[in-house]
Design a binder for this molecule. Structure first.
Ligand code: HEM
Length: 503
C-alpha cells in the first residue's frame, strides 16, 4: 500500500469517526432538534442527492421537507432555507448569529480567508474592510466622483461594437465576453485607473485567465470541503490549481499597488488619480493605518472577482429579451421615448426615468440570481428557529433561486414578465425577502449601488443603440436557457449575436 492510499484511508477513518461522534453528540442533546431533511447515508450524507445543479435539486427537496431543511454534505451539517419568511428569520431576526462564513478549502489559498472581506467571520477587521469597501469605492458620493471612469469604459465598448458593425455581417460576438471585458475594466479603472482586459488583444490575457481560473475553481464542488480531513491530500488538485491562479491575480494587483506607493514615496507621483487606490494609499501613510498593503491587495482581488457577477446579469437579461422580442421592443420604445438624441450615451441619472428597464433588471435577477444560494453563511452559535435547532458551525444556504420560482409567491413564476414589477413596490435592496439577489442584513452585497448603476447603463446602451441578430440563424424560441452552477450562475450556451447599428 503506497503512502497516498494510506493517507486517504486514514483521512476517511478520521471523517468517519467525526461523523459518528457528531451523531452521538447530537442524539445526546435531547433538546436539539434539527430541521427535517432526507435521511443521510453514513459518511457521505446526502451528497448524492445534490448533483451538478444544487440550487435546483435543493429546491425539489424542499418541496418534500419544507422551507427549513437539513442536509448532510459529508461531515458538514447544512441548513437550507427556501422561503422569504425563513430568509427573514436568518438574515434579519438572527442576522448577527448567522453572519459567519464557511470557507471553502481553495479559498485558504495565500491565506486569503484571513484577510478577505467576503470570507472573514464578523470581527473588527472585517468591519474595517467593509467600511473601506463602502466608503472608498461604493458610496453614492464616491460613485458620483468615479462616474466618468465608467462612462469612458462604456464608450470604449460602444466604439468596439461600432467597429464590429462597420466590418459587416459576419461579426458574431459573444455578448458575455464583451460585457465581461467592459465590467472588468470599469471596476479596475475605478480601483486603480488601469484597464485589465482588452476586447480583441492578447496583451491582457494573463489577468483575464487568472480571474476566470479563480472563478472556475471556486465554483466547482470539491470533496475536500465535504471531508475536511482530506484537505491535506487535495484529492482533486483544486487547491494547487487555485494557488497558481490566485498568485497571478494577487501579484498583478500587488505590483500596481506597490508602484503607486513607491512613486508617492519617491515623490515621483505628481498626479492625483482620484481613484480608490489614491485614498487607500493615503490611509496607509497614516501613523496607525487600519489597513495595510496586504489587506488592500486582497480587498481589490475580492472586489474584482465579486464585481464580475454583474456580467452574468447583463448576459441573462439580453438572453431573456432576445427570447421575448415583444419585451425587447417595449424596452427599446421606452428608451426612445425618454432618452433624447439617438446616438447619445446614456447617463446613470437616466435610469430613474426608465421604469420598464428597471423592471427588466428585477425580473432577470428574480429568475437568474448570479448567486442562487447566496454566499454560504455559518451559524456562530446554536440558534432556535421555529422549534428547530440550527447547531453552531452549521453551513446556511439561502436558496433564492427556489424563492424566485415559487408559484406561491409569483404568478407564472417561470415566465419572463417584467410587467409584474411595474405596479409593485418590491425592490432588491434587502427589505423585501422574496427578492434578495444581493442578500440582506449585515452581509448584504456592498457592491449593490455600483452594480445597480452598471447593469442598467450597460443593458440600456446595448439595446438602445444596436439591433442584435442571433448567430447561426437561431430563432428566439430556440435560445437555450440551460444554467451552469458555479461561483456565479452562468449560461451553458454563451449568447452569440451579430450587432447592427440602429441609427
Ligand atoms: C449584479 C451584480 C451583483 C450581485 C447580484 C451580487 C450579489 C452578491 C451576493 C448575493 C453576495 C452575498 C450576500 C450574502 O452573503 O448574504 C455578495 C457579496 C459581496 N459582493 Fe456582490 N453582487 C454583485 C455585484 C458586486 C459588485 C459590483 C461588487 C463590488 C465591486 C460586489 C462586491 C461584493 C463583496 C465584497 C461581497 C462580500 C461581502 C461580505 O461578505 O461581507 N458585488 N454579492
Amino acid at each position: 500500500m503506497d503512502n497516498s492510499t494510506l493517507l486517504l484511508l486514514l483521512a476517511f477513518l478520521v471523517s468517519y469517526l467525526r461523523t459518528v461522534i457528531f451523531f452521538r453528540g447530537n442524539q445526546s442533546r435531547k433538546s436539539s432538534k434539527l430541521p427535517p431533511g432526507p435521511r443521510p447515508f453514513p459518511i457521505i450524507g446526502n451528497i448524492l442527492k445534490i448533483g451538478k445543479k444544487p440550487h435546483q435539486s435543493l429546491s425539489e427537496l424542499s418541496k418534500t421537507y419544507g422551507s427549513i431543511m437539513t442536509i448532510k454534505l459529508g461531515t458538514i451539517t447544512t441548513i437550507v432555507i427556501s422561503s422569504p419568511e425563513m430568509a427573514k428569520e436568518v438574515l434579519h431576526k438572527h442576522d448577527s448569529t448567522f453572519s459567519g462564513r464557511t470557507v471553502l478549502h481553495i479559498l485558504q489559498t495565500l491565506d486569503h480567508h484571513k484577510v478577505s472581506v467576503a470570507f472573514l467571520d464578523p470581527s473588527v477587521h472585517w468591519k474595517t474592510l467593509r467600511r473601506a469597501c463602502v466608503t472608498k469605492v461604493c458610496s453614492s458620493s464616491q460613485l458620483d466622483s468615479t462616474k466618468n471612469f465608467r462612462l469612458k469604459k462604456l464608450q470604449d465598448m460602444l466604439e468596439y461594437l461600432d467597429e464590429c458593425c462597420r466590418k459587416g455581417d459576419d461579426q458574431v460576438l459573444d455578448i458575455g465576453e464583451v460585457v465581461f471585458t467592459t465590467i472588468l475594466n470599469s471596476i479596475s479603472s475605478i480601483l486603480f485607473s488601469i484597464d485589465l482586459a482588452g476586447f480583441a488583444s492578447d496583451s491582457t490575457r494573463e489577468f483575464r485567465d487568472a480571474i476566470r481560473g479563480v472563478m472556475e475553481e471556486a465554483g466547482k464542488p470539491n470533496i475536500a470541503d465535504f471531508f475536511p480531513a482530506l484537505q491535506v491530500l487535495d484529492p482533486q488538485g483544486a487547491r494547487s490549481r487555485m494557488d497558481v491562479y490566485a498568485a497571478k491575480l494577487i501579484n498583478i494587483i500587488d505590483d500596481i499597488v506597490g508602484e503607486r506607493m513607491e512613486g508617492r514615496a519617491a515623490k515621483m507621483e505628481p498626479k492625483v488619480w482620484n481613484d480608490a487606490l489614491d485614498s487607500f494609499v493615503l490611509q496607509m501613510e497614516e501613523d496607525k493605518p487600519q489597513m495595510g498593503r496586504l489587506d488592500t491587495v486582497h480587498l481589490f482581488g475580492d472586489l474584482l472577482v465579486a464585481g464580475v457577477d454583474t456580467t452574468s446579469t447583463i448576459e441573462w437579461a439580453m438572453a431573456e429579451l432576445s427570447k421575448n422580442p415583444e419585451k425587447l421592443e417595449k424596452a427599446k420604445k421606452e428608451l426612445q421615448h425618454y432618452v433624447i438624441g439617438k446616438d447619445i450615451i446614456l447617463e446613470e441619472s437616466n435610469v430613474s426615468t426608465l421604469p420598464f428597464l428597471r423592471a427588466v433588471v428585477k425580473e432577470t435577477l428574480r429568475l437568474h440570481p448570479p448567486a442562487p444560494l447566496l454566499v454560504p453563511h455559518k451559524a456562530l452559535e446554536d440558534v432556535k428557529i421555529c422549534g428547530f435547532t440550527v447547531p453552531k458551525n452549521a453551513q446556511i444556504l439561502v436558496n433564492i433561486w427556489a424563492m424566485g420560482r415559487d408559484s406561491a409567491i409569483w404568478c407564472n413564476p417561470n415566465q419572463f414578465m417584467p410587467e409584474r414589477f411595474l405596479e409593485s413596490e418590491i425592490d432588491f435592496k434587502g427589505h423585501d425577502f422574496e427578492l434578495i439577489p444581493f442578500g440582506a442584513g449585515r452581509r448584504i452585497c456592498p457592491g449593490l449601488p455600483l452594480a445597480f448603476r452598471s447593469v442598467h447603463l450597460m443593458l440600456a446602451s446595448l439595446i438602445h443603440q444596436y439591433n442584435w441578430k442571433l448567430a447561426d440563424d437561431l430563432q428566439p424560441h430556440e435560445i437555450d436557457m440551460e444554467e451552469k452552477f458555479g461561483l456565479t450562475l452562468k449560461r451553458v450556451q454563451p449568447l452569440k449575436a451579430i450587432p447592427s447599428k440602429v441609427y
